[in-house]
Design a protein around this ligand. Sequence first.
Ligand code: NCD
Length: 336
Amino acid sequence: MNQWTPGEPLFHVVDPRQFDRPRLEGLVALTEAARAMARTREGALALQQRLAHRRAMLYFTQPSTRTFLSFNNPCHVLGMVTSEIRDPSTSSEVKGETIEDSIRTFSAYVDVIIMRTWAEGLASRMARLMDTWPRPVPIVNAGSGRDLHPTQGLLDIYTLHLSFAKQGGIDGKVIGFMGDLRRGRTVRSLCYLLANYREVSLGFIAPEPFTLGDDIKAYLTEHGVPFWETDDLHQALPQLDAIYVTRLQSEHDAPGEASVIDYQRFSIGLAEMARLKPNGVVMHPLPRGAELATAVDSDPRATYWRLERNGMWLRVALLLTILGEAQGFDGVPPLA
Ligand code: NCD
């Protein structure tokens, strides 16, 4: 049986709650080591040998630009051959095949299944299915409906780790989240992961219908993470060490739901940047909408374009880990 709990070898990656602090720190160290290794031609070619004997399936039936590319490219960095389905109308789903049977089929051909779908909880269900299977392959959740996007949360942690490297790390920081917090799976995932850090406090800045879900608030309370909620960005900004900006998740709108909101009050432009600390950090999982002005891009506090590249290397480390090839990187402790 494959283990889900921290302390056991990591296999599936479906839920951010699988990650405790040692796991997060091990993953960040491995990301840095693999990234450093790729800087030389010899290192890059050695990385390409690491998983040249393995294959990956990318099953992405929900739209994706960067998450798809930032899994596809790590596979290639590690020498893996990839197969993909992006349009379910080209698969046996149209013949009525169940998702269970499709996943069993993929598992016959490949060594890892990376999936993004509209359905909440589906990746976890498929991971449990694999645990009952004679040839189980790891399932990686690349976004499951409105609920979770654990690998985005991991790359956000890596980005925060880099951003706060000279300011004592993530511990003790005040991190704000702004936008559609109710339906944003990246926000939910990062909140779960931040509960691993000491004395962080979180601020949630959202319009009334899109405030953070009660389930995450209960989790934070249970884990002793202080948080506050407001709809006043102007007043919140100077208190923050980092702000995680998100777009309105309008693809999930019930008719008329979002049109009543003045989203302008939940946007970052140059005037808002003037209220953020001089060494504050601006994050966004992208794609962006009107909530983040392009004028902010050239501000050194804007991390979101670097964040994309961080995500590629983080996923290199994740694939090495779950496929059992994380050993032998200089100075990297073995991963639990
Ligand atoms: C996010 C997603 O798909 O949840 N994008 C991403 O993976 N970087 C955020 C979003 O779509 O708003």
